[in-house]
Design a protein around this ligand. Structure first.
Ligand SMILES: Cc1cc2nc3c(=O)[nH]c(=O)nc-3n(C[C@H](O)[C@H](O)[C@H](O)COP(=O)(O)OP(=O)(O)OC[C@H]3O[C@@H](n4cnc5c(N)ncnc54)[C@H](O)[C@@H]3O)c2cc1C
Length: 414
């Protein structure tokens, strides 16, 4: 039996962020992931470090959290972030009133914008179509998920945490309203006894909750992505219209990532992948950036959003809040168990801080979170970051062109 103070289940951005936050407060933490770290949704995102503009007029809390975290991560995450800036682009058929509404909402929240005309937009993003009416700038950036996760885990370990990739949670024992032991396979192959258990299993949070007899009303939606060759874009492109499929283009050095779609699913381990979604990504993204229509494809993949909808989400899931939720399962009769669900990659640190606040309070730990001020380990050293990625089997698909390892590209995704 392994003893630890806190067991964190899930080594995506959220779980790695929680492990780091608690370790910096001096708490003894063990993190387990069933696969390599960064093998869930974190690795399957656009890697867009949102400025919050996308949510400004519809989901103000998410927008406020995004701009706050966007600023913090630019300070602390070094080579896991690239400051590209972003544009919201209005094309000929797009509603000008929507453009104005979104920009005003951004300004109201404190997301800085600048309106530029069509010619200036084309100068900043060569390849935009002839019918660009105008654009406004936002402080979007991009992040490399594998590096971000690996550096959080390495920082946690630096402060005493134990990190176990390839260690699936298989069962839990609940006695007298407490989780008394967690059975972990793979590299651990042992029981873990923890004073407190954190469920950071992303789209699998419902399955982990069920092991402890707790219902978590997840709203899962899949999204398709495709990376194509294109080396002339250096700024994130967003279509200035109501959110729909294929309205974001994220630049990497020699490719762009086109995304995404939103289709509700039931099981994160077993869902259809419809090739028509990839075709749609191409066609619709080409309205915003015509050269991508025929650009050679590099990779395609799907991810599952771990959204939380206590009141049953509707439609394709675009209306479900991107805010994060900290579910204290003492309210469900399991007193040493919390789940961190919803949210976005952009807000992982805040989600981790909030969850760790609850855990610290329950453990009687007074230390406060310092993750917003302390630079992450290896921030200025991309080679060290990629060594952490290797060490934690965190190499993935979303940033496979940038991060110097790519050992986990599965044929099923290509
Ligand atoms: C297509 C798509 C595009 C997106 N684009 C963006 C974007 O550009 N910007 C942004 O901010 N957000 C984006 N998001 C949202 C963002 O990616 C997620 O909200 C975030 O990455 C979730 O991180 P997480 O750590 O909570 O979950 P995950 O990354 O899924 O981590 C959960 C971990 O739990 C592990 N696990 C599961 N079961 C077990 C078990 N039994 N035992 C041990 N471990 C287990 C998994 O292996 C996994 O590593 C996107 C989402 C999708 C689907």
């Amino acid at each position: 039996m392994i003893q630890t103070t806190v067991l964190v289940i899930g080594g995506g951005a959220t779980g790695a962020g929680i492990a780091r936050d608690l370790a910096l407060r001096g708490v003894d933490v063990t993190l387990v992931d069933r696969d390599g770290l960064d093998s869930g949704t974190t690795d399957r995102s656009h890697g867009l470090l949102h400025s919050g503009a996308r949510y400004a007029e519809t989901d103000r809390p998410s927008a406020e959290e995004s701009i706050a975290e966007n600023r913090i991560l630019k300070e602390i995450a070094g080579e896991a972030v690239r400051e590209t800036g972003g544009l919201f682009v209005q094309l000929g058929d797009d509603d000008p009133a929507y453009f104005d509404r979104k920009r005003e909402a951004c300004e109201d929240i404190g997301i800085p914008t600048e309106v530029i005309d069509g010619d200036e937009a084309k100068a900043r993003a060569p390849g935009l179509p002839d019918d660009v009416e105008r654009a406004f700038t936002v402080p979007d950036a991009i992040t490399y998920p594998a590096r971000l996760v690996a550096m959080n885990a390495a920082d946690a370990r630096e402060h005493g945490a134990s990190i176990y990739p390839h260690a699936p949670v298989e069962e839990m024992t609940v006695e007298n309203g407490r989780i008394t032991s967690v059975s972990v396979g793979g590299m651990v192959n042992d029981e873990i006894s923890a004073e407190y258990v954190v469920n950071a299993a992303g789209p699998w949070a419902g399955k982990i909750g069920a092991m402890a007899g707790v219902d978590i009303n997840m709203f899962l939606s899949r999204g398709a992505m495709t990376a194509v060759e294109y080396d002339e874009l250096d700024v994130v492109l967003n279509r200035a219209r109501e959110p729909s499929n294929a309205d974001i283009v994220v630049p990497h050095e020699s490719e762009v990532i086109l995304g995404t779609t939103s289709v509700p699913i039931d099981d994160p381990d077993d869902y259809d992948r419809d090739p028509a979604e990839i075709d749609e990504l191409r066609t619709k993204s080409a309205e915003l950036l015509p050269p991508v229509e025929d650009a050679p494809e590099r990779r395609t993949w799907w991810g599952v959003r771990p959204l939380y909808a206590p009141d049953d989400g509707a439609g394709d899931g675009r209306d479900v809040s991107r805010d994060f939720f900290r579910l204290d399962h003492a309210d469900d009769g399991v007193e040493n168990f919390v789940s961190a669900v919803g949210g976005k990659l952009t807000t992982y640190r805040q989600m981790a801080e909030s969850t760790s606040d609850l855990v610290a309070e329950r453990l009687g730990v007074d230390a406060e979170s310092t993750t917003a001020e302390q630079e992450l380990i290896g921030a200025d050293d991309p080679e060290l970051l990629d060594a952490f990625v290797d060490e934690f089997s965190a190499a993935g698909i979303a940033d496979a062109d940038t991060v110097a390892t790519a050992d986990r590209l599965s044929p099923a995704d290509d």
